[in-house]
Design a protein around this ligand. Sequence first.
Ligand code: ZN
Length: 104
Amino acid sequence: MQRVKKGDTVEVISGDEKGKRGEVHEVLLKRHRVIVGGVNLIKKAQRRTGNVRTQVGIIEREGPVELSNVMPVCKSCSKATRVRFQGAGREKTRICARCGAALD
Ligand SMILES: [Zn+2]
């Protein structure tokens, strides 16, 4: 079961952007990375394409962050927390290791 899911709020716990929080937009499971809103912005040169609605020029977008560099933020205690699992199989839920509140 995943520690971090799409839609979670996570906090960056190491690297240049330590302390930043954002919502998980995408989990790249195979690459062990996540895309987090507003974190690890990279500048990307976008060329003109056939689509007139494509924004052209230098655009900023989120780059992937290592899964091990983020921690889910608990809604109850609003702290970055380790995750415990409770239950089994389909009933399995994620629990905040600090306060015991369900994260799902
Ligand atoms: Zn908590």
